[in-house]
Design a protein around this ligand. Sequence first.
Ligand SMILES: NC(=O)c1ccc[n+]([C@@H]2O[C@H](COP(=O)([O-])OP(=O)(O)OC[C@H]3O[C@@H](n4cnc5c(N)ncnc54)[C@H](O)[C@@H]3O)[C@@H](O)[C@H]2O)c1
Length: 246
Amino acid sequence: MGRLQGKISIVTGAARGIGRATAMLFAREGGGVVIADVLEEGREVADEINRMMGSEVAVYVRTDVSREEDVKNMVDETLKRFGRIDVLVNNAGIGHFKDITETSSAEWDRVISVNLKGAFLCCKYVIPHMIRAGGGSIVNVSSIVGVRGGERCPTYAASKAGLIGLTKALAIDLMKYNIRVNAVAPRAIETPMMYEYKGDELKERLKRYLFGRLGKPEEVANTILFLASDEATYITGEVIVVGGYL
Ligand SMILES: NC(=O)c1ccc[n+]([C@@H]2O[C@H](COP(=O)([O-])OP(=O)(O)OC[C@H]3O[C@@H](n4cnc5c(N)ncnc54)[C@H](O)[C@@H]3O)[C@@H](O)[C@H]2O)c1
């Protein structure tokens, strides 16, 4: 019996990286999964999962999480296909690595729109269905820089710290509905986003990390699965750093 047997999850940003690894793991654990991403590659991920599982447990819904109409449509499609929503993983995100004085207002708005408003919109439209179903679990994908800052990423760090505030406040409001809300805060994970830190800069950074290596998307997915599943029924409002705090 899988740890998500019979449960339906939405994973945003699941066309690649951490989201893809999470969607694959959720399906292997017996769940149905919606891959909500702007990238059409999400369709290939859904096909791959369905081939792997030998049944139609995954579906791709093209979604820009920063657009309210897209999020509404994605939630409607999920209900049409599966009839319920038990787990929401707010993973879609974009990086932004620039000094604040070099950052335009448009860049600030874009990063906050995708990384923070996207999670707000998904919560807004998913939570009523979780309440109707008697409970659920939300996992927000923040970042180590949202917990304790980082170099040359003030906009990204603000968006990721915002997600932690959202996590903690919603955990309080939603307990009465049996909905748990937690976050993971990954360090440096080997995904397409990480290739922005190429070559020597990345090598230098890794020397300072406790683990001295990049994490694998699957290592984050395992933590997301734990928080999403009934193994974490007594945990809410928590942020788990994946990759070592130091
Ligand atoms: N890779 C790391 O080291 C790292 C560290 C800390 C946090 N994170 C966070 O983990 C999450 C996943 O990142 P990743 O490393 O797998 O990156 P990635 O770039 O490989 O994947 C991000 C996914 O989000 C999707 N996406 C982007 N904008 C979107 C939008 N508007 N609507 C829907 N989907 C959208 C992309 O298409 C992509 O599939 C992000 O929120 C990121 O900030 C990553």
